[in-house]
Write a protein that binds this ligand. Structure first.
Ligand code: NOJ
Length: 603
């Protein structure tokens, strides 16, 4: 007995220090959950968070300087979007060196300090891992393009062009200067950043493939040396104390070896019941003027999974988490990213279908949560990120309101699973799209204007104060601040007990402390209600009920929890409310417009 107790306490000691010593598997709680299952993640776009040297761009020291703010907010892990050396064509998603820090953001020493300051406050740091492509300025690519026989040639995807089909639309535009007359790209694939996905290189007279910008050539993941080099890069950061990665564009790692042409994409209303396009139907054009395609041969290929499973084995050696940028169309695809059976893959594949419920709708959110719950994996939820219009506007419509922002917070922070917040969401930052093409910084906005305005709108400077530049910089901010900074900023909202910020803080605190919110099962209630989304989270005899009025009118609803063992006299004792009173009877719960009631069910 004594011996066993001794072993247990050594095990606990080791587990407790797992955070400080990266080479340990993380501690599990008594439900078998790992740290990342109960962590609240917070995404930081470093260019826009806080500028410590007044050059108009955020930096790592700016993040470190606000670590106490993040601690007070209650977040457990930061996901920092790319901050490695990069020509910044796609603001860091074009990496030129996988083992250093981009000078505009700081140095490796600044990074180590950031990690250490986070660790002091139990805040972990997760980096973005740009796996699909590098910058065209990465030494690997410079070597690869230097000659057809260079040892790095096969690190990227090079092919001969095709002879032009005189009937096919010309697909070599301004992006492909110097293309010999009559030559076309190897196939019809288009880049999601606009135009063909191939760029002609006149030195070696071949084309290279780029799913994104031409300055972001795709790596050839079929080459084992590429895999080894990238896994070494991952180890470099794990050994530096990074707690995991958000994996960029993981669904596009592999391409069809035969490079077959993609078929056209038809919207559902262009298809008959058999799924065939109506006679004469034409695919729509994308924002850049190219016909839309079904990316059958260059997206979500099954080969992705073996590589991700290999990466997971590396991550497991460090107790690290992998969060996937997994754009899937359905739950079956999402499910595959969790990994089949014993072969674990991505612990947190993001479900963008939830973020794609683009309106406040109880039936739609209920349906999406039910689907995610049915996947059998640990859910991960988010509303916004640096590629998606901010939730404050998307859900708030023309007249966004703080009540809607609080309702979203309540939903995100009470579901079973891991929530990811986007910087500024906690203060109700709004989108600020560029007003002219000259103002646009994002390459996709430059190329797609005006149909595609780009993503600058959701990347504006963090609003710290009501002062100049919202307190983000003493210089000229790289993007203008959003219009609502005078009312929606950290400093003003800290003073206001009813602010969005204080609601987020309270909701995160509650989530951390309440075992039902942390561990409890999700049980949907009143499945037919068109306005109020309600559910309980139940754990060991404790039930917390969440009722969210997703309509602009007052709603009164009743709940029957007899199946859960609560009689007709059961009450709700409010733990956190917005536009609703705290103490209510289960038989008659009233919520004003967009009201929220999170309450313990008491007999
Ligand atoms: C997804 C990232 O979220 C996006 O911002 C980036 O432009 C592309 N991947 C390319 O890396």
């Amino acid at each position: 007995m004594k011996r066993i107790r001794g072993l247990v306490s050594i095990a606990l000691l080791l587990a407790g220090s797992a955070f400080a010593q990266p080479k340990k598997l993380g501690r599990l709680d008594r439900e078998g959950h790992a740290w990342w299952q109960h962590a609240v993640f917070y995404e930081i776009y470093p260019r826009s968070f806080a500028d410590s040297n007044n050059d108009g761009l955020g930096d790592l020291n700016g993040i470190t300087a606000h670590m106490d703010y993040l601690k007070k907010l209650g977040v457990d892990a930061l996901w920092i979007t790319p901050c490695l050396p990069s020509p910044q064509v796609d603001f860091g998603y074009d990496v030129a060196d996988y083992t250093d820090i981009e000078p505009i953001y700081g140095t490796l020493a600044d990074f180590d300090r950031l990690v250490a300051q986070g660790r002091k406050r139990q805040i972990r740091v997760v980096l973005d891992f740009v796996m699909n492509h590098t910058s065209d300025q990465h030494p690997w690519f410079l070597k690869s393009k230097s000659s057809r026989t260079d040892e790095y040639r096969d690190w990227y995807i090079w092919r001969d062009g095709k002879q032009a089909d005189p009937n096919a639309p010309v697909s070599s535009g301004p992006l492909n200067a110097n293309v010999p007359t009559g030559e076309q790209p190897p196939n019809n694939w288009t880049s999601i950043f606009g135009g063909p996905a191939w760029k002609y290189d006149s030195t070696t007279q071949q084309w290279f493939y780029h799913f994104f910008d031409p300055a972001q050539p795709d790596l050839n993941w079929r080459n084992p040396r590429v895999q080894d080099a990238m896994f070494d890069a991952a180890r470099f950061w794990f050994n530096r104390g990074v707690a995991g990665f958000r994996l960029d564009a993981v669904d596009t790692l592999f391409e069809d070896p035969e490079l077959r042409d993609n078929p056209p994409y038809f919207a559902p209303n262009q298809l008959d019941v058999g799924g065939n396009p109506f006679p004469g139907a034409l695919p729509r054009n994308d924002a850049y003027g190219m016909p839309e395609q079904r990316r059958l041969y260059n997206d979500n290929l099954s080969e992705n999974h073996a590589v991700l499973q290999r990466l997971r084995r590396v991550a497991d050696q460090y107790g690290a988490v992998l969060i996937g940028e997994t754009w899937t169309d359905n739950i079956a695809e999402l499910k595959r990213y969790y990994g089949d059976g014993a072969a674990g893959e991505i612990q947190l594949p993001m479900d963008f279908l939830f973020a794609n419920v683009n309106r406040i709708s109880a039936p739609e959110f209920r349906r999406q949560v039910a689907l995610v719950e049915s996947s059998g994996g640990w859910p991960v939820y988010l509303f916004s990120n640096h590629d998606i219009t901010r939730a404050y506007n998307r859900y708030g419509g023309v007249h966004p309101s703080d009540e809607v922002a609080k309702l979203l917070a309540a939903l995100l922070l009470t579901l079973r699973g891991t929530p990811i917040l986007y910087y500024g969401e906690e203060i109700g930052m709004e989108n600020r799209d560029p007003v002219s093409r000259e103002e646009v910084r994002d390459p996709i906005g430059v190329r797609g204007w005006p149909l595609e305005k780009g993503r600058d709108g959701e990347r504006t400077p963090m609003q710290w104060t009501a002062g100049q530049n919202a307190g983000f910089t003493g210089g000229k901010p790289w993007l203008p601040v959003a219009a609502n900074y005078q009312t929606h900023n950290v400093s003003s909202e800290e003073q206001d007990p009813n602010s969005i910020l204080n609601f987020y803080r309270a909701a995160i605190r509650l989530r951390h402390r309440d075992p039902a919110l942390r561990e409890g099962v999700y049980v949907p209630l009143n499945p037919e209600d068109p306005n109020v989304m309600a559910y309980i989270r139940q754990y060991r005899g404790r039930a917390v009920l969440i009722a969210l009025n997703m309509s602009p009118e007052t709603q009164t609803v009743s709940f029957d929890l007899s199946k859960q063992g609560y009689g007709s006299r059961a009450k709700l004792r409010g733990l956190l409310v917005s536009n609703a009173s705290r103490e209510q009877m289960l038989s008659s719960v009233s919520l004003q417009a967009y009201g929220v009631l999170i309450g313990e069910v008491v007999k």
